[in-house]
Design a binder for this molecule. Structure first.
Ligand SMILES: Cc1cc2nc3c(=O)[nH]c(=O)nc-3n(C[C@H](O)[C@H](O)[C@H](O)COP(=O)(O)OP(=O)(O)OC[C@H]3O[C@@H](n4cnc5c(N)ncnc54)[C@H](O)[C@@H]3O)c2cc1C
Length: 447
């Protein structure tokens, strides 16, 4: 297709730009135009829209988001453990998006960064001066042969990762009378890398309470070669695993579920051989990727993630585009906690770009994973890009603690709904500094 003179000149401008010194003008050809368009109304999208609608005013910010519901996904672990309900983790999208932003209820299906417009599934062209991409991750159950059909065929096949299946986990745990309870971890980046094993610890505890544990093998088959990416917390988790007599098989990737035979087929990633495990309960963490709609666009890297500078969160080629959360290329563990820390950085840097100023904020990769090990105990992992602990509290967070469980189960949901989504929570960096009162490294806490 012929490229117009305007398109050509925009492309040249973008290709030559690595700084934030240009003032961006709205797309000339879109049907609707906004100063800021946010794609995705999840954790990151809501937080960014809330922050910028206050700065830019009504009518200037649009959020493209297809879903009627917004889920507080970190609560899914507790739903699977029978501790919370799905309705406690659900709000209508309308109620969480800022009232003064325009909600375009459709999927973004095409990105045209040169002409500064996004096309929706309804065929609408939405122009922008600035774009924030916050589309999260897509669950690819269909990449495993026999799934998602197995969810319908066998009630003992469950997954905390999907709103449609999370409600089935607790009943499956309760139904189990013995045999193999298998929990999987796929060979792709996933959201909340701790969640595949948190559900296992909660289930194992319930098996003990139900007196079925002695007849049950609890098995964690993970495609990874380690139990957790940060040594300090991996060491703690391995102790829990040993004490609870859980079998861990590394480098095992789920490739097929044969629901009628109750068999799960895993590829041994060391030698390529297929291994068949009989199961009596199977908790699947699916392979994940960025949403298909991003896959072919000019704004993603080879792995499909929105290609941003990992410190500024600005796109590497298109300076008027930023990304936040799970769909971005920031090489950190993908969590809502990371979204919160990224939010403050994005706010400062995008505001600077809008004012043609200098970007000063840098994201250090902060992320956090509350590793629930039982109903009432939690190891609060917090770390940075270098997989070094970055702990908020002045005590050793590598220990299982009831205080950290209360924080996860009671405080964090409030923080999410009332602070993060409203644009008021940028992560615990400030409090970490206050609590440590100049102690410096988080490596020095009291035992
Ligand atoms: C079981 C489980 C346990 C977890 N536990 C924790 C935890 O303990 N702590 C923690 O911090 N995090 C946890 N997380 C991870 C956390 O929920 C995510 O990291 C966080 O929600 C990421 O925010 P996001 O905005 O990037 O993506 P999301 O919140 O997933 O939002 C993405 C949004 O984009 C929308 N979207 C997708 N495609 C399109 C499109 N084409 N056009 C427009 N919109 C689109 C989606 O509908 C969605 O609303 C957990 C997640 C799960 C599933």
């Amino acid at each position: 297709m012929a490229v117009s003179v305007i398109q050509q000149s925009r492309l040249v401008i973008f290709q030559g730009l690595k700084t934030s010194s240009r003032h961006f003008t709205t797309s000339l050809s879109a049907q609707k135009n906004y100063k800021l368009v946010v794609v995705g109304g999840g954790a990151g999208g809501c937080a960014v829209a809330s922050k910028f609608v206050k700065k830019l005013g009504a009518g200037n910010v649009a959020v493209i988001e297809p879903s009627q519901e917004h889920y507080y996904q970190p609560m899914f672990t507790l739903i699977g453990g029978g501790i919370k309900t799905l309705s406690q983790a659900t709000r209508s999208m309308k109620s969480v998006l800022p009232a003064k932003c325009e909600w375009i209820q459709s999927k973004a299906v095409n990105f045209d960064p040169v002409n500064q417009k996004v096309t929706t599934a309804n065929g609408e062209e939405v122009g922008y001066d600035y774009l924030v991409v916050a589309m999260g991750l897509q669950l690819n159950f269909n990449k495993i042969k026999g799934l998602p059909e197995a969810f319908d065929l066998d009630p003992q096949v469950v997954s905390n990762y999907w709103d449609k299946t999370v409600v089935n986990t607790y009943p499956a745990i309760q139904r189990l009378k013995g045999g193999n309870a298998i929990f999987t971890f796929p060979n792709t980046p996933i959201k909340c890398a701790g969640a595949p094993q948190k559900v296992m610890y909660l289930a194992e505890e319930i098996f003990r309470k139900n007196n079925t544990r002695k007849d049950t093998n609890v098995i964690f088959n993970t495609a990874l070669g380690v139990i957790f990416g940060v040594k300090k917390y991996a060491d703690s988790l391995l102790k829990v695993i040993e004490a609870r007599d859980i079998q861990v098989n590394f480098k095992r990737n789920l490739v097929e579920v044969r629901a009628s035979e109750r068999e799960a087929v895993f590829e041994n990633l060391d030698n390529g051989e297929m291994e068949v495990f009989k199961y009596d309960m199977l908790h699947v963490t699916p392979p994940m990727s960025t949403p298909d709609e991003l896959g072919t666009s000019d704004i993603v890297n080879e792995a499909g993630f929105v290609d941003i500078n990992k410190e500024t969160l600005q796109h590497t080629k298109f300076p008027n585009i930023f990304a936040i959360g799970d769909c971005s290329s920031a090489p950190t563990s993908k969590t809502a906690a990371a979204v919160a820390a990224q939010c403050g950085v994005l706010e400062k840097n995008l505001s600077a770009v809008m004012k043609q100023g200098t970007q000063s904020a840098k994201y250090d990769g902060y992320t956090s994973c509350p590793l629930i090990t039982s109903r009432g105990k939690c190891i609060l992992a917090e770390f940075d890009y270098n997989a070094q602990p970055l702990e908020t509290f002045p005590f050793n967070q590598g220990k299982e603690r009831s205080s950290m469980y209360q924080l996860k189960a009671r405080v964090m949901p409030e923080l999410y709904w009332k602070m993060l989504l409203k644009g008021h929570w940028n992560g615990p960096g400030f409090y970490r500094k206050m609590m440590r009162l100049g102690m410096g490294s988080s490596q020095k806490p009291a035992a």
